[in-house]
Design a protein around this ligand. Structure first.
Ligand SMILES: [Zn+2]
Ligand SMILES: [Zn+2]
Length: 104
């Protein structure tokens, strides 16, 4: 894991699963969701997201596979920074877990 630094210049140390804390000022920083998401070009450019991410927000969205009407969503900057991020959805149905993307 790379060493990161706080705005105050203090060293950040892991504290909990997705949180790092500054050793100097004590401020806690939540690691960005995107950092734990790995992109897989082999799987037709669909981003693979870890299972069991209860911190993802969900929204009313119909799954095109099973028809479930809720999906988790997140945004990822997949291309150059001047283009809008891609929105991803993942079916909340634990047996389906279909993941798909939608361009803004
Ligand atoms: Zn600090
Ligand atoms: Zn589904």
């Amino acid at each position: 894991m790379p060493i990161e630094f706080c705005k105050c210049g203090g060293m950040l140390a892991p504290k909990g699963k997705n949180v790092v804390a500054c050793r100097s000022c004590g401020s806690e920083i939540k690691k960005s969701l995107a950092a734990s998401i790995t992109e897989s070009r082999e799987k037709k450019d669909i981003v693979v997201i870890e299972d069991n991410r209860p911190d993802l927000p969900s929204t009313e969205k119909q799954c095109p596979v099973c028809g479930n009407d809720r999906a988790y969503w997140w945004l990822i900057q997949t291309r150059s920074a001047d283009e809008p991020p891609t929105q991803f959805f993942r079916c909340t149905n634990g047996k389906c877990k279909h993941t798909w993307r939608e361009y803004k």
